[in-house]
Design a protein around this ligand. Sequence first.
Ligand code: SF4
Length: 208
Amino acid sequence: MKTLQELLYEIRRLEKEAHKRKEGEIWVSDLARCPLKVEYEVRYPELAVQDIYHPSFILGDLVHKGVETLAKEFLEKDEVKVEVEVEGRREMEIGGVKYVIVGRADIILTSGGHRVGYELKYCRSDPGLPLEHHVLQARLYKWLFNLDTVKLLYITPDRITEYEIKDEVSDDDVMRLVVEHLSKARTPKWPWECKYCTYSVLCPFKRG
Ligand code: SF4
């Protein structure tokens, strides 16, 4: 019999295997992080696999599963349609090449025709919320799923709070982000990123 610890690792491993990037796909999460990471994930799978065992990622998964399960259990009674882990796809052509922007919304609630997307975030620390890369992700989800409202729900040891993200991205904004991603124009994308990067042990572009 598997131990519970082994089960947690196996679930994370299976999740990772089930969601592999296909040819021509660009994930919403790719557009909100350093573009080199996508390349390094393929070149150094031994490093990529390490985050299966990282406790803070496992804790984040458990928080996601908990909130998603509670939303389904309690909000559906109030005649709210609750969708979890919803996949969205939108095609985009750049320089004659077709790309598909792919994203998974954590939760979409629909009531009276109004659709609210939620992006759930577990964070170890509270200062500086909402974080800029999460805001960008939320804006991209609003665009991808054509949502009326998008919110970030933060769960930290000090606070549980929601932010409605009002800024929108246009097709042109997304196109600019895709071009920036493909050309690797910003490595890292955010000044703090290298400090937390699995690939900082080998990356010549590491800063800080
Ligand atoms: S170390 Fe920095 S520049 Fe290199 S892949 Fe990581 S985030 Fe990007």
